[in-house]
Design a protein around this ligand. Structure first.
Ligand code: MTE
Length: 317
C-alpha cells in the first residue's frame, strides 16, 4: 500500500483518490445535502444566461483537432468532479444551487495595478473562440468537448503582471451555503491551482466560459474556468474568482493533499503511473472504450518545449 506523508489535516488514503474517495464520502459529508443526490436524471438543467450581446457559439478554431468523437453534452455534464459539491460524479443537480451572477474576478499579487474586474467586463475585452480539446482526468477517464473561451495569454496581458512574476495562481469560489463539501475539514479549501508564466502564455492554455456553444453549466465550472488539455484535469480550476501573480510556486490544492500523487506539474504521461494505478490507457466516458493515453495528452507538439531540460516523474504526477 502506498504510504502517504500526512499533514495536519491528513486524510485517509482512500480519500485522496477522487474515485476511491467515494468510499469514504459518507463519513466525510454525512448529513450534507449532497448525499441526497440520486442517479443522474435524464434532463440537464439549462445553463446560466450569458451577457446577451456575446455569442457563446463563436467559430471553431480548426487548429485544434481532437482526432476522436465528441463526448455527448449530456454525458460531459452529468459526470463531473467538483469536490465543493460532492465526491460523487452525479453532482450536477447539487451544483445548481450555486450563484454565478454577479461574478467578479480579483487580479492581484505581482501586478502594477491590482483590481477587480466584472465577468461581463472581462468578456468584452477578449475575443471568444471555440476549441475542441481532449480532457483527461488523473483518474484515467477522458472526454472530448468543444469549449468556448479565450487564450489564457489574453488574461495575463490584461492583468499586466510585473516582470518578476513567475507563476499565475487561480483561486476558485467558496459558497458555503451551496457547497456542502466546504464543510469538510479534510480538504485545504479553497481550491487553488496554478501554472508557470510560460505555461500560461502557451497557446493551448485556455480560459473557458462555454461548452458546446452554450454558457458553461454550473457543474462544468460556470461562469469561468481554466482548461489545460495537456495536464490532468485537476489542474483546471472551476469557477475562479482570483488570479494572482507570484514569484513562488503556489501550494496547490491536490499537491497539499498528496504531493507524490497530484503534484504541481501533472502533465499527462502514459509511462508514469499514478502510484496506485496505471496511466497507460484511459476510458472515454460515454462509450467506456479504452484507448491508449498519449504523452501530454497528445499535445506534445504545442507544449513539450516548455519542459525541455526538466526531468523526473514529478513532471507527470
Ligand atoms: N475545480 C474545482 N473548483 N473543484 C474541483 O473539485 N475538480 C478538478 C477540475 N476542477 C475540481 C475543479 C478535476 S479532478 C477535474 S478532472 C476537472 O475539474 C473535471 O472537470 P469536468 O467535471 O468539467 O470534466
Amino acid at each position: 500500500m502506498q504510504i502517504l506523508r500526512r499533514r495536519g489535516w491528513e486524510i485517509p488514503e482512500r480519500l485522496v483518490t477522487p474515485e476511491a474517495a467515494v468510499l469514504g464520502r459518507r463519513a466525510v459529508l454525512a448529513g450534507a445535502a449532497a448525499l441526497t443526490a440520486g442517479p443522474a436524471a435524464a434532463a440537464v438543467l439549462p445553463a446560466a444566461v450569458p451577457p446577451a450581446s456575446i455569442s457563446m457559439d463563436p467559430p471553431r478554431d480548426m487548429a485544434f483537432r481532437a482526432g476522436r468523437a465528441l463526448t455527448p453534452y449530456k454525458v460531459a455534464t452529468t459526470y463531473n468532479n467538483y469536490y465543493e459539491f460532492s465526491l460523487y460524479k452525479d453532482l450536477w443537480r447539487e451544483a445548481q444551487k450555486m450563484t454565478i451572477a454577479p461574478w467578479s474576478i480579483r487580479i492581484d499579487g505581482m501586478v502594477a495595478n491590482p483590481r477587480t474586474i466584472g465577468f461581463e467586463d472581462l468578456l468584452r475585452q477578449v475575443k471568444l473562440e471555440q476549441r475542441v480539446y481532449r480532457h483527461r482526468c488523473v483518474e484515467a477517464w477522458a472526454m472530448t468537448v468543444p469549449w468556448t473561451g479565450f487564450p489564457m495569454a489574453e488574461l495575463v496581458k490584461l492583468a499586466a503582471p510585473l516582470s518578476g512574476a513567475k507563476y499565475v495562481v487561480f483561486t476558485t469560489v467558496e459558497q458555503p451555503a451551496a457547497m456542502p463539501g466546504l464543510d469538510s475539514p479534510l480538504f485545504p479549501w479553497p481550491y487553488v491551482e496554478g501554472v508557470t508564466m510560460a505555461e500560461a502564455m502557451n497557446e493551448l492554455a485556455f480560459v473557458s466560459v462555454g461548452l458546446y456553444g452554450k454558457p458553461l453549466p454550473k457543474q462544468s465550472g460556470a461562469p469561468i474556468r481554466i482548461t489545460l488539455p495537456w495536464k490532468y484535469g485537476f489542474k483546471s480550476g472551476k469557477a475562479f474568482v482570483k488570479v494572482s501573480f507570484t514569484d513562488r510556486q503556489p501550494k496547490t490544492f491536490w499537491a497539499q493533499i498528496s504531493p507524490s500523487e497530484y503534484g504541481f506539474w501533472a502533465n499527462v504521461n502514459p509511462a508514469v503511473p499514478h502510484p496506485r494505478w496505471s496511466q497507460a490507457t484511459e476510458r472515454l466516458i460515454g462509450t467506456d472504450q479504452r484507448v491508449p493515453t498519449q504523452i501530454f495528452n497528445g499535445y506534445g507538439p504545442f507544449v513539450a518545449s516548455l519542459y525541455a531540460g526538466m526531468k523526473g516523474v514529478m513532471l507527470y504526477r
